[in-house]
Design a binder for this molecule. Structure first.
Ligand SMILES: Nc1nc2c(ncn2[C@@H]2O[C@H](COP(=O)(O)OP(=O)(O)OP(=O)(O)O)[C@@H](O)[C@H]2O)c(=O)[nH]1
Ligand SMILES: [Mg+2]
Length: 280
């Protein structure tokens, strides 16, 4: 069996988390149409008959910044690159212009001496609006590009083959059966918090998601087989709190319902989610 660790690198919103989720076949990372959705690196396990891969989904790298939080996020992606990584997937989103953000990622890529696979994502919508010409030069620099659609799971087999060709023979890095979900570094609390945060992104759209924190206070199994989860969404102030709750609580109810459904799917159990909102 061939084994190895593969990091996904790219600017925000290129589809790194979507790709990891679809490769692993299970939701491990949250995704959203907003950049900077992923905040910390997530390790997820993929395995088939011939290979075992640990994928590392990193937060998107963006242009040089003075903002403290953004600096931290950039550092996180670069910290990962100092770990033992066997292959890097350099993910491109050709539906957006190249710009300073891509240049920054490119600068980092050029300095790293690890096998890289250039992957062009969102091939399902390339017909509509494409800046692919701006990225063609990368093929000369990094070799052949693999065109995929992370969202539609298109051409992922070719990507797995390319990864396979870079991996070395070895023993399994982890025993998958031991893991409740194929995520290595997330405990269930964080997993639930991330799920709720994702639904908040979806329901609140452009309004507030960045200002929302989620805290899980309790997870317990009830006699009737239900899993009881008590969680709080913490808004920046009273104004945002009201926004999250929505008129006759319609927003918070929707967030709750969506999070509950997904948690039921991933655990195979009935969930009771007591979700409240408070101001910081
Ligand atoms: N049409 C299309 N949309 C995609 C594809 N892959 C990802 N997306 C969308 O692009 C958006 C961003 O996807 P994410 O997976 O959250 O991107 P990311 O690179 O993890 O972003 P950060 O965590 O912010 O760095 C979401 O709205 C996805 O649904 C794809 O292959 N085709
Ligand atoms: Mg992400």
């Amino acid at each position: 069996m061939k084994v190895g660790t593969v990091a996904l690198i790219g600017r925000p919103n290129t589809g790194k988390s979507t790709l990891v989720n679809n490769l692993v076949g299970h939701k491990v990372s949250i995704t959203s149409p907003k950049p900077q959705t992923t905040r910390f690196s997530i390790y997820a396990v993929y395995e088939d008959e011939r290979e075992q891969i640990i994928f590392i989904d990193t937060p998107g790298i963006f242009a040089k910044t003075q903002d403290k939080k953004n600096k931290q996020i950039n550092l996180e992606a670069q910290r990962i690159l100092k770990e033992e990584i066997n292959v890097i997937i350099y993910l491109i989103d050709p539906t957006r212009e190249r710009g300073p953000e891509e240049n920054r990622v490119l600068g980092i890529m050029r300095k790293i001496d690890i096998p890289k696979i250039l992957v062009i994502n969102k091939s399902d919508i390339l017909g509509e609006k494409s800046y692919i010409e701006q990225y063609k030069f990368l093929e000369d620099e990094f070799g052949k590009a693999i065109e995929i659609s992370a969202l539609k799971s298109k051409n992922l087999g070719a990507l797995l083959d390319a990864i396979f060709s870079h991996l070395k023979e070895g023993k399994r890095l982890v025993v998958k059966e031991d893991l409740p979900v194929p995520v290595l570094n997330l405990n269930s609390k964080t997993y639930i918090e991330e799920n709720i945060r994702e639904k908040a992104f979806l329901v609140l759209r452009d309004e507030v998601p960045y200002q929302v924190k989620v805290m899980v206070d309790q997870i317990s199994e009830r006699k009737n087989g239900f899993i009881y989860i008590k969680a709080r969404m913490i808004a920046k102030d009273a104004h945002y709190k009201k926004m999250i709750i929505g008129h006759s609580a319609h927003r918070i109810k929707q967030i709750n319902m969506m999070a509950r459904k997904e948690l039921e799917l991933s655990t195979g159990k009935k969930i009771y989610l007591a979700l409240t909102v408070e101001a910081e």
